[in-house]
Ligand binder design. Structure first.
Ligand SMILES: [Zn+2]
Length: 114
């Protein structure tokens, strides 16, 4: 499952950061998940709950912020946030747009206990 490998690399990232900051445990992990990232938040948090048990994150709470899609229109030059998976500018209906947010998954913040 896709989400399992994501969580495994997330755990590795957390372990490394905890070590770097000499933290004994992580209290909270905050993620940003773009709607176009292909990551399913429900599956991800389930995988997290499974994997965290034997990691530095075993008491951590997972906070997921879903990042909507943000388009920059190359036609009317407006930036808009859209709720659906589209590349059409909601203002002028042009499809000459660039996705500027909502495509990736990112670790936003770790709350650690040192
Ligand atoms: Zn436009």
């Amino acid at each position: 499952m896709h989400e399992y490998s994501i969580v495994m690399s997330l755990m590795e990232q957390c372990e490394a950061l905890a070590q770097l900051h000499k933290a004994t445990r992580i209290e909270q992990v905050e993620l940003k998940i773009g709607v176009l990232s292909g990551v399913e938040p429900a599956l991800l948090s389930k995988a997290f709950e499974t994997f965290k048990l034997d990691s530095v994150c075993h008491e951590a709470r997972l906070v997921i912020n879903v990042q909507p899609l943000v388009l920059q229109c190359n036609h009317c030059e407006q930036q808009s946030q859209v709720d659906e998976r589209t590349i059409v500018c909601p203002i002028c209906q042009s499809n000459k747009t660039t996705v500027i947010d909502g495509e990736d998954m990112m670790l936003m913040q770790l709350v650690m206990d040192t």
